[in-house]
Design a protein around this ligand. Structure first.
Ligand code: SF4
Length: 435
């Protein structure tokens, strides 16, 4: 099979792994609009859109994860790149400005160490022989040795290992060849080497280029992906798990991926087939709203200083479908409000629906020189539609929060409107391949 035939197969097998924040990219028609096969858009921490070549090294897999189109029992065309092919392809796309980076994962075509070594070889060859200075995101293959995790981090900017399912029980049921212990072990290895590299740098003052000598280790950190809705776990279990992963392993991101039944991939004329599987739920559509609410809850964990137990209490298994998690918290804690905009500290301002982290910072800066009224609050960036129920400016209300049911009703549409259509587009076109 030549490279032109391999690329669409191995890009199709990988492009919807969510753990690099990729939207997938539609191949648009028209002048100057076509992107080469395998190029996906992704977003950096600061919101910049970058293009990545997103492929599997091989879609041959010994494992039979029920939710995946690459599972061993699927009847699909199987192939693999060679290291040299992938290096040349990456450099060629990079030189032509199609991409700013490479996202590389693989099916488990052999022993985990051998698969990991192959991924590392691609990254090492790019850095040491091809002079490639672009971004590299490598998957850690669970079960591969610590030394390999360390070497992967020397050549890659980011590493990720997908946790996939929220509990060991679910993993045993849908991905029996995977081990929760190995997945968490790989995350732990990452944290250990990242800490070690940080200490070495601090001692030696060696910052900058990646090489064994500078001991710079995956500077963009580690991430993971969780599939939502394939198993019975509720949102509370998922939010608690994410919170504990952020705490224990200093993850940069947990990505949530609404479950899409793998058989849906084979009804679009793509060829191949997959056996029926009674372990998988038959959902009418992917749980996109649930995925969206989990991303909002995740945001509260990472940037708004919320604890997991504040987002969902003992008696609340699922996030509110109708309002975002911060508004839901506010409606359960009306005694915390109103917050006086001209006096509240930064942390308290963060709790007000309609006030984001940037707006809270601006409020603190602005009120050093003048008092802030509701007009000023709007100009600074607050969403008054929501904030007005929970804040006062110089003691004045715009609208008092009296009846939580009424406010919930009023803000319900607002929250639903805030669902971005492009989010739905991106997830809806995602076939169930997780790599
Ligand atoms: S999720 Fe990964 S390990 Fe499991 S079948 Fe798919 S490619 Fe193989």
């Amino acid at each position: 099979m030549d490279l032109g035939e391999k690329l669409p197969i191995l890009a199709g097998s990988a492009k919807y792994d969510a753990s690099c924040a990729s939207s997938g990219s539609g191949r648009r028609k028209g002048f100057g609009a076509n992107l080469p096969e395998g190029v996906c858009h992704s977003w950096t921490e600061d919101g910049r859109c970058v293009s990545l070549l997103k492929v599997l090294y091989s879609n041959v897999c010994r494992y039979d994860c029920a939710y995946c189109v690459n599972r061993a029992s699927a009847d699909i065309v199987r192939t693999a790149f060679t290291v040299q092919e992938l290096v040349e392809l990456t450099c060629e796309f990079y030189r032509r400005n199609y991409i700013e980076g490479l996202f590389l994962s693989s099916g488990i075509f052999s022993d985990p160490d051998i698969v990991m070594e192959r991924l590392i070889k691609v990254a090492r060859t790019l850095r040491t022989e091809a002079g490639y200075g672009g971004y590299i995101h490598l998957k850690i293959i669970p079960g591969s040795g610590q030394k390999l995790v360390r070497e992967a981090g020397i050549w890659a900017d980011r590493l990720s290992v997908n946790i996939e399912l929220p509990t060991d029980r679910s993993l045993k049921s849908l991905a029996p060849q995977k081990s929760g212990g190995e997945i968490l072990g790989a995350m732990n290895d990452f944290s250990h080497f990242a800490d070690e590299a940080e200490k070495t740098r601090a001692k030696s003052g060696l910052y900058g280029r990646r090489s064994p000598a500078t001991a710079d280790f995956a500077p963009a950190g580690q991430s993971t992906q969780l599939i939502v809705g394939a198993t019975e776990e509720d949102d509370r279990q998922i939010v608690n798990l994410s919170s504990s992963l952020y705490r224990k392993f200093s993850l940069k991101r947990v990505y949530y991926s609404a479950f899409v039944h793998p058989k849906s991939h084979f009804t679009s004329g793509s060829g191949g087939s997959i056996p029926g599987d009674s372990r998988l739920p038959e959902l009418p559509s992917p749980p996109l709203l649930r995925e969206h609410r989990l991303y909002q809850a995740d945001w509260l964990l990472r940037f708004y200083r919320f604890g997991a137990e504040e987002i969902l209490g003992e008696d609340q298994p699922f996030l509110d479908r109708h309002v975002d998690p911060k508004t839901a918290w506010a409606l359960r804690h009306l005694d915390f409000f109103p917050v006086e905009i001209n006096r509240a500290d930064y942390e308290t301002l963060l709790r007000v629906p309609g006030i984001g982290a940037k707006t809270a910072r601006r409020i603190v800066e602005t009120r050093r020189s003048r008092s802030i009224g509701f007009d000023g609050l709007r100009r600074i960036g607050a969403v008054l539609k929501r904030a007005k129920f929970f804040a006062t400016c110089a003691g004045r209300f715009l609208e008092r929060a009296d009846d939580p049911h009424r406010i919930r009703r009023l803000l319900s549409d607002d929250a639903m409107d805030s669902l971005q259509p492009e989010l739905f587009d991106s997830v809806a076109e995602r076939p169930p391949s997780y790599g």
